[in-house]
Design a binder for this molecule. Structure first.
Ligand SMILES: [Zn+2]
Length: 192
């Protein structure tokens, strides 16, 4: 009898600890400070890799330039979502560069850029919440070559310096899912 009560206390304590870990993580998530991938994905993020070039951050470009973002491969027309809550500070069309693009400003000195769109669904000055649709994938600007797979060119700049978006997207999503899974399996294994 006593032992089963002890076991109950242990289970209860483990439950409380798991719950607090879960909510601590959720607390980080709710203010929407983390970045999500602009292209919804069930499994791995697909980085463009075709006959014309690679879409990883920092890969070489013409004239000794380096790729300042990542190219997220997706069919034309795929909705693109804001990676983080922020304000649209610029939309435009650069036929020999970004094509149709959206630029957003976020707290803590962050800027995000989404380029080569087929359609822009936001206006300058709008506040857009993370996850809301800002446009559609296209092949505008210098992504119009037939051998270039359709993608969104996605940049994150921190205090004006381009950083690897994969570091930001991944840490946020890695932080979220495993903890959620833990509590679900915990409840399944420990509750009647
Ligand atoms: Zn690119």
């Amino acid at each position: 009898m006593r032992r089963s009560r002890q076991a109950l206390v242990v289970v209860f304590l483990v439950f409380i600890v798991t719950l607090s870990v879960y909510y601590a993580d959720l607390g980080d998530f709710c203010p929407e400070r983390g970045f999500v991938c602009p292209i919804p994905h069930d499994e791995d993020i697909i980085i463009r890799n075709d006959d014309i070039g690679e879409g990883d951050f920092g890969t070489r470009r013409r004239g000794g330039r380096k790729h300042k973002g990542i190219d997220l491969e997706a069919p034309i027309g795929t909705p693109i979502r804001a990676a983080r809550t922020g304000k649209v500070i610029e939309t435009g069309n650069e036929p020999s560069g970004y094509g149709k693009y959206v630029e957003m400003r976020h707290p803590d000195g962050f800027i995000t850029i989404y380029a080569h769109l087929s359609e822009i669904d936001v206006k300058e000055g709008e506040i857009i919440r993370r996850g809301k649709i800002i446009g559609k994938v296209g092949k505008s600007g210098n992504a119009s070559h037939r051998l270039i797979k359709s993608h969104v060119h996605f940049e994150i700049r921190e205090d004006g310096v381009p950083v690897n978006p994969m570091d930001y997207i991944q840490s946020e999503e890695r932080g979220m899912h495993p903890v959620k899974k833990n509590i679900i399996s915990f409840v399944r294994d420990h509750l009647p």
